[in-house]
Design a binder for this molecule. Structure first.
Ligand SMILES: [Zn+2]
Length: 56
């Protein structure tokens, strides 16, 4: 059985517009941090904005 190395790390999803960290999630960092951008609802601005992953 192949052992899969899946290192998971908690990251923040940071709003690109107001830089507030609205969400926390975990991503696989087996081959570096994925450059993920997600459209999420920003509680601060009360609208949907692009959020990017921010490692702690
Ligand atoms: Zn925002």
């Amino acid at each position: 059985m192949a052992k899969k190395k899946s290192k998971r790390e908690y990251v923040w999803l940071e709003c690109k517009e107001c830089a507030s960290r609205n969400y926390r999630t975990n991503v696989s960092v087996a081959s570096g941090t994925p450059k993920l951008q997600l459209k999420k609802f920003c509680k601060n601005e009360r609208k949907h904005t692009v959020h990017k992953i921010r490692r702690k």
